[in-house]
Design a protein. Structure first.
Length: 340
């Protein structure tokens, strides 16, 4: 059975349990996950016994080339709804992210419920998906080393551009998110924007590549003075011990607690201002996450980041991040050392 067919089969089983006859997908990444075709304008994917995608005329060529399920040209909302009703579909599940305006068009003709069937499937990566994440990580890390940041005399903005260029030259589709390359006091901003200025101390780089649709994500912080090293050591301990603690059967919030407790015990709990990590795959942020409130049970096949940080406003910040494949334990993807 093809992987996409397996995903469909599992979703159909979940739908049957809930007496749901159709599942509407409009999120581009979810459509791609199910079919292999990524829309460029819009598409309506209906998962049912005979799944179908209604694609825009602009997309028909790429949809017919890439989709593993039937594709029809979208004519109108009325025509699409009419076809579904003619098939006897009365109950429809939708993604929680569906726009209210689109929901309004379906609510009068179907019993509509918000469901996360596809999110459940995307939590567990296949060996093929993990290999693509591994390749994306390899490309990103190789490119970071080639940037030779310690000897680079360009501005933050120019170096961020160069890092993206290197990733593409090394085989990436593109960057997996806007590259963060920042230094000095701006490193205390978790989502800092590279500036047109020379590097200051310390230097924080958060970057990733996409390979065949799948994302990578790493962060490294280069520190200089004694106090910066002290903070770096605390974050490194939180990073290492959180990864060491990961195993199937634990809850995601427990891993967040491992990292958070270390940082809190050192007196910087209120300076760790985000969750410890997130899943990634076709999107850079997927579910579940290593956060205080996420009680999802960790399973084999999950791929998640571990990225504790300490941010001292107006001074500097330190974040260290690796992506972890979960099997019997957590195993870091990639070979880039924490200390640069």
């Amino acid at each position: 059975m093809l992987i996409m067919d397996l995903h469909l089969d599992n979703i159909l089983k979940d739908m049957q349990k809930d007496d749901i006859q159709g599942y509407l997908l409009t999120n581009f990444t979810n459509v791609e996950y199910i079919s292999g075709y990524r829309p460029t304008s819009f598409a309506f994917c209906i998962i049912k016994e005979n799944p179908i995608i209604y694609a825009s005329k602009m997309d028909m060529e790429i949809a017919n080339t890439n989709s593993s399920i039937e594709v029809r040209e979208y004519e109108s909302m009325e025509a699409m709804i009419g076809e579904l009703k003619d098939e006897g579909i009365a109950s429809l599940a939708i993604e929680p992210s569906l726009s209210y305006g689109t929901y309004e068009k379906f609510r009068d003709d179907f019993s509509v419920e918000s469901k996360t069937y596809i999110d459940k499937q995307r939590m567990i990566k296949t060996p093929s998906e993990i290999e693509k994440i591994r390749k994306a990580t390899e490309i990103a890390q190789k490119s970071f080393l080639e940037l030779d940041i310690l000897n680079n005399k360009n501005t933050e903005k120019a170096m961020a551009f160069d890092l993206v260029r290197l990733m593409i030259e090394n085989g990436a589709d593109k960057e997996s998110f806007d590259t963060i390359l920042t230094s000095g006091a701006n490193s205390s901003l978790p989502h800092a924007i590279p500036m047109a200025k020379k590097l200051e101390q310390p230097i924080l780089v958060d970057w990733g590549a996409i390979f065949e649709g799948y994302c990578s994500d790493n962060t490294r912080t280069i520190v200089y003075n004694e106090f910066q090293h002290e903070i770096w050591d605390i974050v490194a301990e939180a990073h290492d011990k959180a990864i060491k603690a990961i195993k199937p059967g634990m809850k995601c919030c427990e891993i967040d607690g491992v990292a958070r407790d270390i940082i809190s015990e050192c007196g910087y709990g209120d300076k760790f201002i985000h969750s410890t990590g997130h899943s990634l795959g076709l999107d850079i942020h997927e579910n579940p996450g290593f956060s205080i409130k996420d009680e999802t049970v960790i399973e084999k096949g999950m791929v998640m980041t571990v990225e504790p940080g300490i941010y001292l406003e107006g001074e500097f910040g330190v974040r260290l991040e690796d992506t972890v494949e979960i099997s019997k334990r957590g195993k870091v993807i990639g070979v880039l050392p924490l200390k640069i």
